[in-house]
Write a protein that binds this ligand. Structure first.
Ligand code: UT7
Length: 326
């Protein structure tokens, strides 16, 4: 059986760091509130003039190098992002040009914070169908550029960053073992940014009326997230006939420590198997899982043969999970 094996990982976090204490200087918030409610201590922030493609390109190059390949070896590029450089052309095309992957097809995938799981699934399907052999899946977000710093309910939650993986068709039992995706469009208003698209284009009136802002119904989203994210984790185990004992590490989307630990508890997964980096990166939406995968590999938490569970939830609503034998 042909499987998609992850043969390379990479990530890129901008140098500039904004701690909660830094935020206290210009947002009506406290370090204590942010840490207690979310687990976030700091976030990275890109430089002026940088977009998602500027973070995604170095992450992609690192993943390709770690796979022992060159950009010319890549057949397909998927960039998962909800903060693309432009509405079009796609950020994937911009990255293709920046890294010189001239043979690759390229497109964006937008499933907000679940983007990476959706992208992984699309790449996996292309590989299993035999259409492509080598795919690059990037999660890249320049979210701090679309935040309204006067809205403390969202300003403190997000950070910039990018992560990438290289998938390759391979025989054997290593690779993606299962994929599960879900969506509930009726709950789209729980987390939404209406302005800047075709319905509410950028006009002075729309800008002034707050349509450019990310609007989040935090508590409602929290409650839904605990249900659908926990459900996605459980589903992944069921699909593989596994229990939490079979897992080596759980790499969750990093939105809130409390949501992550509720999902882990639901399936009886001990804390030491849960990989957390939210304290260092905040919520980097579709980049959070590939960043964490690369960091977990570098730290020896993921090794050849490890059974890795990844799961996410986000705006849409969207959610998903996958079990990978590394
Ligand atoms: O990536 C996927 C998408 N994101 C999520 O899934 C996020 C899901 N939601 C959450 O993680 C949580 O709802 C938050 C962390 C966003 C908020 O935590 P909460 O415990 O639900 O707080 P809350 O919204 O109920 O607000 C509690 C209080 C309010 O004050 P009052 O009305 O009790 O006086 C807020 O005004 O905290 C206040 N507040 C803040 N205070 C200091 C809201 N934001 C802040 C802030 N700093 N940044």
């Amino acid at each position: 059986m042909i499987r998609s094996q992850i043969i390379g990982t990479g990530h890129f976090l901008p140098e500039k760091v904004l701690t909660n204490k830094d935020l206290e200087q210009f947002v009506d918030t406290t370090d204590e509130w942010i840490v207690q409610r979310t687990g976030i201590q700091q976030r990275h922030m890109a430089n002026d003039g940088e977009g998602a493609s500027d973070l995604g390109a170095p992450a992609a190059l690192r993943a390709i190098a770690s796979a022992g390949l060159t950009p010319e070896d890549i057949d397909l590029i998927l960039c998962c992002t909800m903060s693309p450089d432009y509405l079009f052309p796609s950020t994937a095309c911009l990255i293709q040009s920046k890294i010189g992957a001239s043979r690759a097809a390229a497109m964006d995938v937008n499933a907000a914070c679940s983007g990476f799981l959706y992208g992984l699934s699309v790449a996996n399907a292309h590989i299993q169908s035999g259409q492509y052999k080598t795919a690059l899946v990037i999660g890249s977000e320049r979210v701090t550029n679309i935040l309204n710093w006067e809205r403390r309910d969202t300003a403190v939650l997000f950070g910039d960053g990018a992560g990438a993986v290289v998938l390759r068709a391979a025989e054997g039992d290593r690779g993606i073992l299962s994929m599960f995706l879900g969506a509930d469009g009726t709950q789209g208003n729980l987390l939404i940014r209406e302005g800047g698209g075709s319905k509410y284009p950028i006009t002075p009136e729309n800008y002034a009326s707050g349509l450019r802002d990310i609007i989040m119904k935090g508590q409602d989203l929290f409650r839904r997230a605990v249900v659908v994210f926990g459900g996605a984790v459980q589903k992944a185990l069921e699909q593989n006939g596994m229990t939490s004992d079979d897992l080596d590490v759980f790499i969750p989307h990093q939105a809130n420590v409390r949501i992550i630990m509720a999902a882990a508890e639901r399936v009886g997964l001990p804390e030491e198997k849960v990989y957390l980096n939210i304290n260092r990166t905040a919520n980097t939406t579709s980049a959070s899982i590939p960043i964490a995968l690369d960091q977990a590999c570098a730290e020896g938490r993921i090794r050849e043969g490890s059974i890795v569970l990844v799961a996410s939830f986000g705006a849409g609503l969207t959610w998903g999970s996958s079990i990978i034998r590394w």
